[in-house]
Ligand binder design. Structure first.
Ligand code: GTP
Ligand code: MG
Length: 411
């Protein structure tokens, strides 16, 4: 049982959390640790400090309380002695798990992965369209979970994680009103979507290149490097939630470059659905720049997740340049350095192997760069430009006849 007297006001102080995950037959303990690091990073993005993590090995997550009873007691003991603002679970909880855990944790917020991501999107959304999309996703998430969780959140004062988004008055309402709100938002979004579709159609038919990739890999940094656009880049997850489109000229051939929202493991499906129109920029692109953070321990898994998400949104099978970024931070693992043995491979060998590995299967070209340190940008530009040019001339076979770049060599 939690002693409520020990819970004090959280206003104007950093919120704190404990994180909880289970390792299962499908998810190794090592993976779980990595996922918890990512979850802590997501929490940091919202200004929430992680004070402790709990993990448990189970065949599968417990259907009633996610962890088993013993681990749950352990968490309760901890949060009784060290009050925190919230417990964050690294998976999505079912409505009944939420109910059960709330009964145990009382005033401490019970947050799952989707709710955390939705909150970050709510914080980041800038345009009217992105705001509508996030709100719709929040209501769709909320609908099957209209439980005490929400009424008890709405009783707490101030803004905090799990509080942004649907306002307090809506939280007091019933399912019917939420349903009406969903219908209303869908209609409004439809209208905005139609406008942006018209806008896209009215744009010149230029070649379109979209930056895609896992969150925080350096898409916005690369966008800046390629287009001089002033886009926001930050070492936080989901720095970009809206799409930014810029017209870029390379050797007098113009094309459109789009920076868009990053992908993540278990991106809430309601978010993918609501962001369909933002992701149209990706779906309608002619060429993809798939950016990968090569210095991240799980970069191979990130590539898989991005490829799967591309299939899901109907944007797979486009000419793709796989851009391994942050090469300045990359330190390939070598054989034991203390032995006299020759290293099995040099860094160049390792990159060459990577080029030929399954990770690069879907890509036509592979380049290694540092967007931040501007390393090897020329190679990327050359590869990109050759693809852009090819596509451009397939749209405008007579481009040179129009007198744009025609430089005739002397006879
Ligand atoms: N060392 C190093 N850091 C980089 C490089 N490219 C980007 N970064 C850093 O990585 C962080 C994330 O960069 P962003 O450009 O915001 O990444 P993003 O893919 O747009 O991220 P989201 O919008 O959150 O999906 C920032 O702190 C950048 O400064 C690089 O080549 N080397
Ligand atoms: Mg970005």
């Amino acid at each position: 049982m939690i002693d409520k007297k020990k819970l004090h006001s959280t206003a104007a102080k950093v919120e704190t959390a404990v994180l909880v995950a289970v390792s299962t037959q499908k998810q190794s303990a090592e993976k779980t640790r990595e996922y918890l690091d990512e979850l802590a990073f997501l929490a940091t993005t919202l200004g929430v400090e992680t004070v402790r993590t709990f993990t448990q090995n189970l065949e599968r997550a417990d259907i009633r309380t996610y962890t088993g009873k013993g681990k749950l007691d352990e968490i309760v003991t901890f949060v009784t002695a060290n009050p925190v603002d919230m417990i964050i679970y690294d998976d999505d909880l079912t409505p009944s798990q939420v109910r059960n855990l709330e009964a145990v944790f009382k005033e401490i917020k019970v947050i799952d992965r989707s709710l955390l991501i939705l909150d970050i999107f709510a914080m980041r959304a800038q345009t009217a369209q992105a705001k509508l999309q996030v709100e719709l996703a929040q209501y769709q998430y909320l609908y099957p979970r209209l439980t005490r969780m929400w009424t008890h959140l709405s009783r707490q004062s101030g803004i905090g994680v799990g509080m942004r988004g649907p306002g307090e008055t809506e939280l007091e309402t019933d399912r019917r009103i939420v349903k009406d709100r969903i219908a209303f938002l869908k209609e409004k979004l439809d209208k905005v979507d139609r406008q942006s579709m018209t806008r896209r159609k009215e744009r010149d038919r230029l070649v379109r290149v979209a930056l895609v990739g896992y969150t925080n890999v350096g898409k916005s940094t690369l966008m800046r490097g390629l287009s001089k656009a002033d886009v926001f880049a930050e070492n936080k997850l989901f720095a970009t939630v809206d799409s930014t489109v810029r017209k870029v000229n390379m050797e007098n051939i113009p094309f459109l470059l789009t920076d868009t929202v990053g992908f993540i493991r278990k991106l809430p499906t309601t978010l993918i659905e609501s962001f369909k129109s933002t992701l149209d920029e990706v779906r309608e692109a002619d060429i993809l720049l798939h950016v990968v953070d090569i210095a991240h321990a799980s970069f191979e898994e990130h590539v898989d997740i991005v490829n799967k998400t591309l299939v899901e949104i109907g944007a797979a099978d486009k000419p793709t340049i796989l851009v391994f970024n942050k090469i300045d931070l990359y330190k390939p693992a070598f054989n034991n350095e203390e032995t006299e043995e020759e290293p099995a491979a040099t860094p160049d060998d390792i990159l060459e192997q990577l080029k030929n590995s399954y990770v690069a299967d879907k890509a036509e070209h592979v380049v290694f760069i540092s967007a931040e340190k501007k390393e090897n940008m020329d190679e990327l530009k050359n590869v990109l430009f050759s693809l852009v040019k090819e596509k451009h001339f397939s749209i405008y076979p007579n481009w040179l006849d129009l007198g744009y770049t025609a430089v005739k060599s002397e006879e």
